[in-house]
Ligand binder design. Structure first.
Ligand code: NAP
Length: 272
């Protein structure tokens, strides 16, 4: 009998690949009769009821996505040091009625970069200043990278940069990427109604750059397509999804997730 139920909550949520990824992991490890993972659309105004429901129903865990990552914090009993520094929670674990919040997004970013580059001394340009950027800046600066944040809103971007000891530049003022090794997009530019747009002028890309787009639907964003054309190294947003999910899997089940199975599940689903 299934005893441990996990949900990804957000609004919208229909496109989430998390249920496919976690369920593939449960099946591969033979724990699919013990654990189940589903998606639930929870509008912002229903978050408190959802958290009350988690307590009342004894659900094992929530993966939180837009718009809940910040709003969920005051509803929890405890949050990890990393989540506190980042200021956002993407994972809630129910430890016998004690709800603990974690952030695994920063690991999703750093672990995706590790196969491609040494993080110590890496000169990273982080585009955007929202929750994903905060996770990126925390992960990168705490791993020894030198970070510059580029954002549309100056005040928000400058504040975020100051929080993590990073530099700041207004995104429209970027005229050269000569000083950077890694270009990391954490804006939603490239998806939804911004599908065909790139967050920076693609003509500025160089073959020596590593270009990482956190957007994963579509897999080949305008930025990734331009990077491929230029001959840059690329990192897909699906890798971030995988690595943040692997840590989440371990927090929910206390077992390391099967990386190859979970990777194949999301890459296959993203082609569908
Ligand atoms: P967020 O908090 O809403 O922040 C979005 C940031 O993007 C803001 O700084 C905003 O700038 C900037 N932005 C929005 N539209 C823009 C535009 N048209 N031009 C330039 N900048 C623009 O969002 P978030 O939670 O950080 O998430 C951002 C993206 O990260 C999501 O869309 C998602 O694709 C991706 N993500 C991926 C994963 C994964 O596992 N792969 C996980 C988490 C997030 P202003 O400050 O000027 O408004």
């Amino acid at each position: 009998m299934i005893q441990k139920i996990c949900l990804v909550i957000g609004d919208p949520i229909a496109q989430s690949l998390s249920p496919i990824m976690h369920s593939a992991g449960y099946k591969a490890l033979g724990i699919e009769k013990e654990f189940a993972f589903h998606a639930a659309r929870v509008p912002a105004e229903n978050l408190k009821q959802a958290i009350d429901g988690m307590r009342g129903l004894g659900l094992r865990g929530f993966a939180c996505t837009i718009p809940h990552k910040v709003a969920v914090i005051p509803l929890l009993d405890q949050i990890s040091e990393e989540a506190s520094k980042i200021g956002a929670v993407n994972t809630v674990v129910n430890e016998n009625g004690n709800l603990v919040g974690y952030n695994t997004d920063y690991l999703g970013i750093t672990k995706s970069i590790v196969p491609h580059a040494d993080l110590v001394g890496l000169k990273a340009l982080v585009l955007g200043a929202g929750g994903a950027s905060r996770a990126a800046c925390f992960g990168l600066t705490s791993s020894g990278a030198q970070v510059t944040v580029a954002n549309r809103s100056i005040e928000k971007g400058a504040r975020l940069a100051a929080d993590f000891g990073a530099n700041f530049i207004e995104i429209s003022a970027l005229k050269s990427l000569d000083q950077f090794d890694l270009i990391l997009n954490t804006t939603p530019v490239g998806m939804g109604n911004l599908l065909e747009q790139s967050p920076i002028n693609p003509a500025l890309l160089q073959p020596r750059h590593i270009v990482f787009d956190t957007v994963y639907r579509p897999k080949n964003t305008a930025l990734i397509s331009a990077a491929l054309k230029c001959g840059s190294k690329i990192i897909y947003g699906l890798d971030m999804l995988l690595h943040q999910g692997l840590k989440q899997f371990e927090l929910f089940t206390s077992i390391p997730g099967p990386e190859t199975v979970m990777r194949n599940a999301i890459y296959t689903a993203s082609e569908a």
